[in-house]
Design a protein around this ligand. Structure first.
Ligand SMILES: [Fe+2]
Length: 387
């Protein structure tokens, strides 16, 4: 970004954070008229102590609850429509999402349809709805997507399998996000690792984006430091509340920035790789991260040196290119330590798919944001190296 370029920063979400913060949900209720609450809750959490605490706090505050749990990992429009018809007779005045990015995204979509009508397909794209959705309180139970504060939700078109991105920076973030590390304790280790790397990639790609500004830079460096400094401890023990807290805050900060700066080639390639080989979003990102990080380095060595410093590498006094290379090295060891397969083929990717993935990645035009201009031949080489 040049000094002359005008940009902005905006986040409309109130964030409540810390161990036990979910029991303070009643504080957050005071800013809403909340009598009937539609809860979109991950099925696996429904019988646990964490959700029981939230539920009790809401019931004691006089709220009537209706629960919806039919949410798949890449939630489809049919799931959203089912929740909407359930809500038609209930007429919620507030939404609560308790779960990972899928639960939060379904709740966002329900909120849009409740006030704007129509089908979710009608709102694919940027600022396609104008009426504020139902207010949403989001309680993320993974540290990964940042969906609680980002302006987007992703819903799959069931017929074609296409992922529809519905974006509105002002109206689509949750009104309140509650970041409580108690919510993360029951996460499986591999989910914690892959979601955590996704959060790291949000901060890393947003920091390097051509649309970054000095506000997002400050936030992303802090997110990189929080996530890279705590992810190993967190994956090793999800009941480590200090590490979980740092992961949730890092993921949330990255969610506040990447919607405004755009992402880069990691997310670009991972999008097509994940769809074709049914890899989770986090794993697909993790597989691409070290290779894209190496490719993008020449575009902005100064920023890479700052990433290396944020990842606790000793780079003072080093020539800038050597300091920058330390960032790639730190990223490689992060992925290795977290058990990410070293090669795409180790994760089930097949060689004959790579040509189409290279073409699709080029056509997706992430060169709008990615720091290094990337040709279709570049994508071929990145994929061949990763394979
Ligand atoms: Fe992501």
């Amino acid at each position: 970004m040049t000094a002359a370029k005008v940009s902005s920063y905006f986040c409309p979400t109130r964030v409540l954070l810390g161990v036990g913060s979910h029991l303070r949900i009643v504080d957050a209720l005071q800013q809403f008229v909340a009598r009937r609450v539609l809860v979109v809750v991950d099925e696996a959490l429904r019988s646990g102590a964490f959700y029981a605490g939230l539920r009790e706090a809401l019931v004691n505050a006089g709220c009537e609850l209706l629960e919806f749990s039919e949410i798949s990992p890449d939630p489809g429009a049919a799931s959203v429509e089912k929740a909407c018809s359930l809500n038609a007779g209930f007429r919620a005045d507030l939404l609560l999402a308790v779960g990972g990015g899928s639960s939060i995204d379904v709740a966002k979509a329900v909120g849009i349809l409740a006030t704007n009508g129509g089908r979710i397909h009608d709102y694919e794209g940027i600022e396609k709805f104008q009426i504020a959705p139902l207010p949403l309180i989001a309680v993320p139970t993974t540290a990964g997507t940042g969906s609680e504060v980002s302006g987007s939700c992703v819903i799959t078109d069931d017929a074609s399998g296409r992922k529809m991105s519905i974006r509105h920076a002002a109206l689509n973030p949750a009104r309140v996000a509650i970041l409580d590390p108690l919510a993360l304790q029951t996460l499986p280790a591999h989910v914690a690792a892959h979601a955590g790397i996704d959060a790291f990639v949000h901060a890393f790609e947003s920091f390097l984006s051509l649309q970054a500004n000095l506000v997002t830079d400050a936030m992303n460096l802090q997110a990189i430091e929080l996530i890279s400094g705590s992810i190993r401890q967190f994956v090793a023990n999800r009941a480590n509340l200090d590490a979980g807290h740092r992961m949730l805050v890092g993921s949330c900060i990255a969610g506040m920035t990447f919607g405004q700066t755009g992402l880069g080639n990691v997310h670009c390639i991972a999008r097509f790789l994940g769809a074709q080989f049914h890899l989770s979003h986090g794993l697909a990102n993790a597989l691409c991260l070290p290779h894209v990080a190496g490719f993008n380095l020449p575009a902005n060595p100064d920023k890479y040196a700052r990433v290396a410093r944020a990842m606790e590498r000793r780079v003072d006094g080093l020539p800038v290119l050597e300091a920058a290379a330390q960032a790639v090295d730190a990223i490689e060891s992060l992925c290795r330590d977290l058990g990410v397969p070293a090669r795409l083929r180790d994760a089930g990717v097949q060689a004959q798919a790579l040509e189409q993935i290279a073409r699709s990645s080029f056509e997706a035009d992430y060169s709008r944001w990615n720091p290094r201009h990337t040709t279709v031949e570049d994508f071929r080489q990145i994929l061949a190296q990763a394979f």
